[in-house]
Every structure is written in C-alpha cells, then in structure tokens.
Ligand binder design. Structure first.
Ligand code: FAD
Length: 475
C-alpha cells in the first residue's frame, strides 16, 4: 500500500528531526525514515556524548589542580565506568526529549532503511521512498510531494587503514572505550582530534597527535592554531604537524599499534596502545537510491542550490550529506530553511560567514566569520587586534586566564569581518560575536555594548576597543 505525505525525510539526525518538527508546525503531513535512532550522530555518537566525556575530563583535571584554589583533595580517582554511565544517562534523557517532540508533532516514524525510487505507478517523478525493515516485515512505500535527504555522514579513514574499533578506532568506537588507554596516537588534528586529545590527556593517557598540515585546527585563524598547539604541549600532548601517515603500513602486534609516518622527509614510527583516526567524514549517499534520480554528487556529497534543492527540485538535501560546514546547528538551520522554502515562506539564505564554529577542548575555541588570512586574501584592508584573558578579572577568579579574543575588521568600512577566540568558556561567548555579524555591527558597536563586571564577556568589549588601540586594561 502506498502512503501519501507532503514530506518524507530520510534520516532523523539533528538536520532531519528538526526539519520534521518545523514541517509539522507549518502543517505539512510529515514522515521520517530512520534506520538507527532518532537524534542521529550528534545525539548518539557525536556532540552530546563527546561533550559529556569532556566535562568529566575537565572535572578530573580541575580536581588534580584543586590545590591552586586552596582546596586540598587528598584522595581522588577516576571511575571511568561511571563516566560512561553519566554520558549514557544524558544521551537517554535527550533521546526521550526528541521522541517526545516527534510524537507531539504527530510526525510518523518509519524505523527502517529508506531508499529513493525512480518514477513509478505512484508518482510520475523520482521520489517514492521505499522503507526496508529487518526481518520479514514487508517494505512500505511512501509517496511524498517533497523528499528531504538528511542521511548524514560517517567517519572516514586513510587508504589501507581499517577501523577495527578495538585498537584502531573512529570517534564512534572511542566513545565506547571501557577504560582510558595508557597511550593513544590520534591521526588528524582537526576539531574531533583536538577534542579527543584534550579529553584523553586530561584523563591521564599519553597522547600524540599526528597532523598532515602545518598546524592544529587548520580551519581556524593561524593565531588560534598557534595558541592551541602551545596549550596542548603544556597539557602534555605531543603534537607532530607536517606528518604524513602511511595508513597501509600500520600494524598491530602484542596489543600495540605501530603507526608509520613521514616527517620532514624522514620515515618515522610511533607505538601506542590505541589509535584514533579523525581524518574527516564521508557522506552517507552510497545506497539511498540516488541512481534512480538525476541528483548530482561531488566526492559523494550531494550538490544543492541555495535553498538546498538537488537537481530534482522536489528533493532537498541538508546537513552533513551535502558537505560544507558539518555541524549540528548548520544541519538544523538548513533543514528549517528547506522546509520553509517548500512552504513558500521565502527564508533568508544561510551564510557560512555567520556560522559560529566551536571546539570543546580545554581550552575551548570558537570563531565566526573570516580569519585574518582569508580576509587579506579577499582584498580587505585588515585591522586585527587581540585582547588577552590575563587582564580579565573573572578569568583569574575562574583560575583559567590563558587565551585571547581576536577581532578582524575592515579598515575602510569598519565592518566586523571575523572574531576568533581561545580560552575559558569561549563557546558560550561566541554568540555575541555571531549576533554582531548578523546585525552587521562594527567593532565600535560591540565596544559600546555594556558588558557586566566581572564577567568573561568583558573581553568582547576590550578586544573591540583594542581595534582602535583604545582598550582600557591593555598594556
Ligand atoms: P546525522 O546526525 O548523521 O543523521 C543522519 C541520520 O540518518 C542518522 O540517524 C542515520 O541513521 C540516518 N540514515 C542514514 N541513512 C539512512 C537511510 N538510508 N535510511 C534511514 N535512515 C538513514 N557538531 C556540532 O555542531 N557540535 C559538536 O560539538 C559536534 N561534535 C561532534 C563530535 C563527533 C565525535 C562527531 C562525529 C560529530 C560532531 N559534530 C558536532 C557534528 C554533528 O554530529 C553533525 O554535523 C550532525 O550530526 C549532522 O546532522 P545530520 O542530520 O546531517 O546527520
């Protein structure tokens, strides 16, 4: 039997389920097809569980240094089983919340594998969605007016390097660790690699990061990468940049993994108990029926226009599956935009320059807009200024005054081009900069915003003043 809908969404990750909720608000009869769990990568294998572990690592590290606060803790130890249980409790609680939202929105959920079919007796256009179930249950056929592909992404690896999830882990396997390894080599120093390096070293592991490029967090401003490298070194992480890992030469013997790499023209190797491979994500597009459509892909990622329509204009694609900024808040905004476009609401386009990006390591990193390098490449006459957390009272009270906020501005128009931060709680501070960017604010408008004292947010005002050399607590 064919089941008719206004919208069928393939995949209920952050992109898909948020789009479904918005579609239901707009009165669209909506179904989602999910082969795993509502909430997808972010809730079950990404943002939330990793941040729960990072928080435990931060508490453990704080206790290690509790003497600095005049608090003597004579005995403490890590109960990693409990750390994992806490993580799972948080995920379960949020999972229940997502289930509730879907039920409240009267959104039909098909718990099976979705595939797009070509034109059929049910529909003259590509887009009928078949749902395949485990076991003997017969397939369902969903006939929607519009389809949204939100099937997300999965961990990539290097050629010849198989992820066994025992000793050679993806981030998904790492989340299930039963104990902290004595030593780990992390291949890839991007956001996920840096978060895991920070967490595992705080938990007591010996951590080495091998990064192919010349710096950690290559997507961030160079000054941020430099500061992160310094911070990681101080924490005890060994960082080797410019390291070309030979994935196919990796071998496991006596429960130890040897990773071979080339550094400055020399062949080198490193032995550790585990390896974490964090070298990017690939799109889940292989077996979802794209061959039944005219949809185009680039390197596996689905090509879309500014409204997230594919080459079949009634089939939209959003989130990690289209590449670009692979972030949960990007996926959900794209999902909302696509649904509003279907409903002919004329939503505002999404500008990558307005998207805040965060790394939840210790120290945290957050940014929005252009890096200094990118701004110069684009021909801006750049003025940049940094202000250090060392002069921010609340950071000293907090016991963490490393890091800075950097403003990148255009000399001519005074436009705020980018804001880049590293230090305590900057992932909470970045939203002010994101709002400033949305409102097209100048740095002096940020400077004239009154920031309460004593707060970490005062650094925003000071960094903004520093653009004109007028910072109050500088020097
Ligand atoms: P996904 O969340 O991947 O959801 C896709 C869903 O589609 C899945 O549930 C999958 O089961 C389902 N699916 C796939 N194929 C089919 C099919 N054929 N039929 C039915 N269902 C299907 N982002 C942040 O913004 N902040 C963070 O702190 C952060 N931390 C991260 C940490 C880690 C370790 C990782 C791996 C990622 C992290 N991300 C973070 C990225 C974030 O998780 C993704 O950007 C986000 O989940 C993308 O959402 P999505 O809806 O596009 O895809």
């Amino acid at each position: 039997m064919a089941l008719e809908y206004d919208l069928v969404i393939l995949g209920a990750g952050t992109g898909g389920y948020v789009a479904a909720v918005r579609a239901s608000q707009l009165g669209l009869k909506t179904a989602i097809v999910e082969k795993g769990k509502l909430g997808g990568t972010c809730l079950h294998e990404g943002c939330i569980p990793s941040k729960a572990l990072l928080r435990s690592a931060e508490v453990f590290d704080t206790i290690k240094h509790s003497g600095d606060f005049g608090v003597d803790v004579s005995e403490y130890s890590l109960n990693f089983e409990k750390v994992q249980t806490r993580k799972e409790t948080i995920v379960d609680q949020l999972y229940k919340g997502v289930q509730h939202l879907i039920k409240k929105g009267k959104i039909d959920v098909y718990e099976g594998y979705g595939r797009i079919m070509g034109p059929s007796i049910f529909s003259p256009r590509a887009g009928t969605v078949s749902v395949e179930y485990d076991g003997d249950q017969e397939n369902d056929m969903l006939v929607p007016k519009s389809v949204m592909i939100a099937t997300g992404s999965r961990s990539n690896t290097l050629p010849g390097l198989a992820l066994d999830e025992e000793q050679i882990l993806s981030s998904t396997g790492a989340l299930k660790l039963k104990e902290i390894p004595a030593s780990i080599t992390i291949i890839g120093g991007g956001v996920i690699g840096v978060e895991w390096a920070s967490m595992l070293v705080d938990f007591g592991a010996e951590v080495t990061v091998l990064e192919y490029l010349d710096r950690l967090l290559p997507g961030e401003d160079r000054d941020i990468s430099k500061e992160m490298q310094r911070a990681m070194k101080k924490k005890g992480v060994k960082v080797i940049t410019g390291a070309e890992v030979k994935g196919d030469q990796t071998d496991i013997q006596d429960n130890q993994v040897t990773v071979h790499y080339v550094h400055k023209g020399e062949e080198k190797s490193i032995i550790s108990e585990k390896v974490l491979v964090s070298v990017g994500r690939k799109a889940n597009t292989e077996d979802i029926g794209l061959n039944n459509t005219e949809i185009l892909t680039n390197n596996g990622f689905i090509e879309v226009n500014d409204h997230f329509q594919t080459a079949e204009d009634h089939i939209y694609a959003i989130g990690d599956v289209i590449g670009g900024l692979q972030l949960a808040h990007v996926a959900s905004h794209e999902g909302i935009h696509a649904v509003e476009h279907m409903a002919e609401l004329d939503p505002d386009p999404i500008d990558d320059n307005l998207v805040p990006k965060c790394t939840y390591s210790n120290p945290e990193v957050a940014s929005v807009g252009l890096t200094e390098e990118a701004a110069k490449e684009q021909g801006y006459d750049v003025i940049s200024a940094k202000f250090s957390f060392k002069a921010i009272g609340k950071a000293l009270v907090f016991g963490d005054s490393n890091g800075f906020v950097k403003f990148v501005t255009d000399k001519g128009s005074q436009d705020l081009l980018g804001v880049h931060m590293i230090g305590p709680h900057v992932t909470e501070l970045i939203s002010e900069a994101a709002l400033a960017k949305v409102l097209d604010a100048t740095h002096w408008e940020v400077a004239s915003t009154i920031h309460p004292h004593p707060t970490l947010s005062e650094i925003m005002g000071e960094a903004a003043l520093a653009v004109d050399g007028n910072e109050i607590h500088g020097g």
